[in-house]
Design a protein around this ligand. Sequence first.
Ligand code: NDP
Length: 292
Amino acid sequence: MQVAYLGLGAMGRPMAANLAARWPTLVWNRTAAVSRDHQAAHGSVAVDELGALPPVDVVCSCLPTDVEVAAIAQVVAPTLSPGTVWVDHTSGDPSGSRDVAALLAAHDVGYLDAPVPGGTSGAEAGTLSVMVGGELTDLEMVRPILETVASRIVHVGPVGSGMAVKAVNNALLATSLWAAAEGMTALTAAGVDPDAALSVIGSSSGRSFATEELLPQRVLTRAFPRTFALALLAKDVRLARGVLADAGVEARVLGLVDALTTDAAAELGDADHVELVRLVERAVGVEIASLE
Ligand code: NDP
């Protein structure tokens, strides 16, 4: 199968590299130097003009939001052959993904929303999970492509469902990260060894991805690598509030997490998502650092 990958950011770059190792893969990026570097490093073929995309079987996209996907789909859709399937790995708004699906359907192009938890490490290893919304026949057609980038592929419902699950998942991540930051800052201020506390919480009922991986690997070490922008996490929590609102669920917890995360993103600029922990630490004047 011929693949085109649109958007070579922190997630798109390694995903497209894994695809290029197995399939003929065209790559496009808004900043063209990035796609040319990708071609040189991974054997993909860089395309400069979106409106002149050679014929492909599958289009993959990974852009900040559904808004950028919609803008690009307007340009690309008329050039695609009927029967092409578009796999959108963006974490976007479910209703925006339904609009993109309708735009593509007018050109007989299928659409799957297929956001990808697993982070940049999962993207590099080809072990992402994929939450797929859309037609099962489209999923079966692109399954070999998805299996190149992911080890777990779950169909969760019609178009938009994958985006909804991803938004709620990331809202849960934000919630547990804020809670872990507060709890661990308090324990550190009280004189508890943070390594020991996280170690025992890791085998207790309060454990989460934040306590098992993010705090031990990125906060105790003070490494704070930039892998997933805080602004993108704030966007996901906002999208989750939309999912709750559409279902008539009052966002008593997620409303607060939304406000906290939005304010933190405004304050910290282009910081990584885990750096929100610094705000809690600063307010108290302690650091959750390894004692070793
Ligand atoms: P990055 O910020 O690293 O990359 C964004 C990409 O989108 C770049 O290729 C950028 O191009 C492109 N882009 C930005 N604005 C536009 C525009 N107006 N038109 C065209 N292209 C544009 O993002 P990530 O790769 O981290 O995230 C991409 C998506 O994946 C987001 O929806 C995010 O929420 C989701 N995600 C991210 C994860 C992570 O750990 N990072 C994990 C799972 C999902 P340029 O190079 O020109 O700036």
